[in-house]
Design a protein around this ligand. Structure first.
Ligand SMILES: O=C[C@H](O)COP(=O)(O)O
Length: 271
């Protein structure tokens, strides 16, 4: 087992807006989120907050974040495996860097499922993101059948191994991994905190074994799947969970702000 170094890993709450919000709605939501968190005196050093808008909103988000000197970070939901050229519809990692993105999702289950992204494609996207100076949030997770068969840990570890294949140790240290059981995404079914801890601890253990204990201690591993304000505290209480990747609830400012403020809410500072 890796040493418990959880205190040294800054929790990350990332809101994946998926294919929602036009650029006007995006600006409105982000302004409201920033005001809400500032009103509540959110400490961005203690819990990092990021939003992942659709590509078409990123320029507006950049202008707002820069103009208002917001501490909220942002990123994209996907990236090309190519650098440039005749790849119609693709967006390169360097284009995202130019727009001030910090993060990019790779291997989200909706990309794997609806766009046939293989582990090899996820690996190539993760490598491209790192090359361009982005932080990949690489997603892994099992479907219901795999969970029912009790093969969820092995399945996720295979995805982790393949997604990180060939990366340098120092690059792996920068990667954020998100464990998202597919059966819990957008369904209202939340994995229990213990379910999340089981897989996330196994992922950390695998990185310790195959890469190094120090990298395993540094890598942030998030949980995603129907996270709400009410469930965030229990999930975050698990020693290996370093944050949440939030879908639906990130479109509701009060819910997402509540998730970002899970520490204050645990302590009873609700207003
Ligand atoms: O990227 C986010 C995940 O797919 C979770 O989505 P959800 O919170 O709507 O279940």
């Amino acid at each position: 087992m890796a040493t418990d170094n959880s205190a040294a890993r800054t929790p990350l709450m990332a809101g994946n807006w998926k294919m929602n919000l036009n650029h006007v709605e995006a600006v409105h939501l982000l302004q409201k989120l920033s005001w809400t968190l500032q009103d509540k005196k959110h400490d961005f050093e203690r819990v990092e907050v990021a939003v992942l808008p659709p590509f078409t909103d990123i320029r507006s988000v950049q202008t707002l974040v820069d103009g208002d000197r917001m501490k909220i970070k942002y990123g994209a939901q996907d990236v090309s495996t190519h650098d440039s050229g005749a790849y119609t519809g693709e967006i390169s990692a360097s284009m995202l860097t130019k727009l001030g993105c910090t993060y990019v999702l790779t291997g989200h289950s909706e990309r794997r499922q609806y766009h046939d992204e293989t582990d090899q494609v996820v690996n190539a996207k993760t490598a491209k993101a790192l090359e361009a100076g982005l932080v990949p949030i690489m997603c892994v997770g099992e479907g219901l059948e795999i969970r029912k068969a009790g093969e969820h840990v092995a399945h996720c570890l295979t995805q982790v191994d393949a997604g990180l294949a060939g990366l340098k140790q120092d690059d792996v240290r920068k990667v954020v991994i998100a464990y998202e059981p597919v059966w819990a995404i957008g369904t209202g079914e939340v994995a229990t905190p213990e379910d999340a801890q089981e897989v996330i601890a196994a992922i950390r253990g695998r990185i310790e074994e195959t890469i190094s204990p120090s990298v395993a201690d540094s890598v942030r591993i998030l949980y995603g799947g129907s996270v709400k304000m009410a469930s965030a505290g229990g999930i975050m209480a698990q020693p290996d969970v370093d944050g949440c990747l939030v879908g639906g609830a990130s479109l509701q400012v009060d819910e997402f702000a509540g998730i970002c403020r899970y520490l204050d809410l645990q302590l009873g500072y609700s207003s």
